[in-house]
Design a protein. Structure first.
Length: 131
C-alpha cells in the first residue's frame, strides 16, 4: 500500500464521548489524523459539506439516527464513496443488515480491545485499497 498512515484521515462516529476520546487517542498514537462526530447527524453534516475521510468508523446504536440509517443515506447520496467503512458496535446481530449497504468490516467492541480495533481497522483498509 502506498498510502502513508500519517496521511490517513479517519472519522469516528459514536454518541459515547468516552469511546470517541479513547479511540481518538489510540488511532492518533498509530499516526492517523482523527476527526470525531458525536452522532450521526453531525457526521452527515460533515460529509455533506465535503469532508473527506479515508476510513469511517460507525457505531450502530445512537439517538436520533442509528449508524445503519446513516450508512443508508451515505450510500444513497454517494457520500464518502471512496472511504473504507467499518461498523464498530456492540450490536453483533446487525452485521447482515449493515452488509447490505456495502460495509468493509464489522467489529464488535465488547469482544475487541482498543489496540486490536486499530490493527483490524488498518488491516481492513489496506485490503480494500489493494482491490
Amino acid at each position: 500500500m502506498t498510502e502513508d498512515s500519517s496521511q490517513i484521515k479517519i472519522l469516528l462516529v459514536d454518541d459515547d464521548r468516552f469511546l470517541l476520546d479513547m479511540y481518538s487517542v489510540k488511532f492518533q498514537k498509530s499516526g492517523l489524523h482523527v476527526d470525531v462526530a458525536p452522532g450521526s447527524s453531525i457526521a452527515l453534516q460533515k460529509l455533506r459539506e465535503g469532508y473527506k475521510a479515508d476510513i469511517i468508523l460507525l457505531d450502530i446504536i445512537m439517538p436520533t439516527m442509528d449508524g445503519i440509517a446513516l450508512l443508508e443515506i451515505m450510500r444513497a447520496e454517494k457520500l464518502a464513496a471512496e472511504a473504507t467503512v467499518v461498523m464498530l458496535t456492540n450490536q453483533a446481530d446487525d452485521e447482515e443488515k449493515a452488509e447490505k449497504f456495502g460495509i468493509d468490516g464489522f467489529i464488535v467492541k465488547a469482544m475487541t480491545i482498543p489496540s486490536e480495533v486499530v490493527a483490524k481497522v488498518l488491516d481492513i483498509h489496506k485490503k480494500r485499497k489493494k482491490i
